[in-house]
Structures are given as C-alpha cells and as structure tokens.
Ligand binder design. Structure first.
Ligand code: MD3
Ligand code: FE
Length: 211
C-alpha cells in the first residue's frame, strides 16, 4: 500500500524463516561488541526503546564508527547479506526490479521495544544521503504514525505494523516526521519469530559518510 509518495507498506514481506534469521542476528548484535542499550539524549532524557547499531553507531545526533557513548568499541560490520536484503526490499516495494540498483546501506539501527516502549515523533536527519530508509518489523505489532514534513502534528496517518512487514521511505517521504505511539503486546507469535515478546525494528540506511 502506498501511504504517501515514496512511502510504501508491504505487509508480510519477510517469510517466517527470514524473521527467525533476523532475530538470531539481532540477538548476536545485541550482545556485542557494543551491547544494546537505552540511548541517552543530550538533554539527559533516556529513550524507552533499546538500540544497537551495525556499520555506523548512531548517537544523538551523529554517526560514529566507535560507540563513544557506550563502551568505546567499534560497532559490528555491516554484512553484505543485509545490503542485498535492502535492495530486494526496494525492488519489491517499488515494484521495479531496478529500484534497488545502487542502493548500498551502510548502517542499520536495530530497535527493541518492550510493551511500554514508545518513540516520539521525529525526523531522521543525521544522514547525508537522500537514499530511502528500509524498515523491517518483527514480533509484536505496533501503531506506527507517519506524519508530514512540516511538524510533529497533523496531518498524519496511523498504520499498524505487524511481524514481517516491510516499510520503505523514499523520495518526498524520506524526511517526514514519524513515531511509534504504542506497541500491542501479545500480538507476535514466538513460535514463528523466536522472539519471546516485544518488537524488533531494523532500519537500513545510507549515511552518506565515508570511512
Ligand atoms: C520515515 N524507528 O529508528 S521505523 C528510527 O519502528 C525509527 O523503530 C521506528 O523511527 C521503529 O528512526 C520507525 C520506520 C521509519 C524509520 C525511519 C524513517 C520511518 C521513517 C526515516 C524517514 C522517514
Ligand atoms: Fe526514525
């Protein structure tokens, strides 16, 4: 479903086996080299979501190679198979076999939401690239709020994101406000995902940075 120009929701894009593989990979990344943690914002606030990064480390509001705000270690490398998954996602979402050509995401932010976690309305502006963001959801469903490019308020569209769903944000939607006002606990199927509870979201991005 096209939610806005460049914003495409593909329910159930990840087959169960792929969901389990991604959960297993995220479980490893969550252990290290930089452990998953609640990001601390410059003003002292602590995010309710837990995040671990691959390729580049996001700290509000910049990307670094080492996790200076956690344990100082370099983050895990961005694997080729994850970039290939991102290219396949673009081809399918935009229904164009060439849509993924030249897409080379170099960072993934992996967010874990327990039943009480939320993400307020924000824009993702720390990348120096207008390339699309690829979002993959696994586990419990959530309410996802997709807004406008002007401010945090209306108009916005609420979409339920379930396990296996793909969402691509490109073109004019790349810099839209968005957030996760709530998770719907108990909606995921642990026998499918291998995730006992909570919600995982992976976003693949091009930072536009060079080593
Ligand atoms: C629209 N994550 O990590 S994914 C984030 O579900 C983030 O964890 C949410 O917002 C989550 O920054 C939403 C959907 C998403 C991600 C990035 C976007 C939508 C986007 C960037 C630009 C526009
Ligand atoms: Fe975001």
């Amino acid at each position: 479903a096209v939610v806005a120009p460049g914003a495409v929701h593909v329910p159930g894009w990840l087959p169960p086996a792929r969901q389990r593989e991604l959960v297993a990979a995220c479980r490893e990344w969550a252990r290290g080299p930089v452990p998953i943690r609640h990001t601390v914002l410059p003003g002292g606030g602590v995010m309710s979501v837990q995040t671990v990064c691959v390729g580049w480390h996001w700290q509000p509001y910049r990307y670094t190679r080492t996790a200076d705000d956690v344990n100082g270690r370099p983050v895990a490398a961005f694997p080729d198979w994850l970039a290939a998954l991102g290219r396949a996602a673009l081809a399918d979402a935009y229904d164009d076999p060439a849509a993924g050509d030249g897409y080379s995401p170099d960072t993934a932010l992996i967010n874990f939401y327990d039943g009480d976690a939320r993400m307020g309305m924000h824009q993702d502006k720390d990348e120096r690239s207008g390339a699309p963001v690829v979002s993959l959801s696994i586990g419990d469903s959530c309410l996802f709020r997709f807004g406008n490019t002007e401010d945090r308020g209306r108009p916005y569209t609420d979409v339920e994101l379930a396990s296996g769903d793909l969402f691509v944000f490109g073109g004019p939607s790349r810099f839209a406000f968005h957030g996760v006002p709530k998770v719907l606990p108990g909606t995921g199927d642990p026998t499918v995902t291998g995730l006992p509870g909570g919600r995982l979201n992976l976003t693949l991005r091009e930072t536009g940075l060079k080593d």
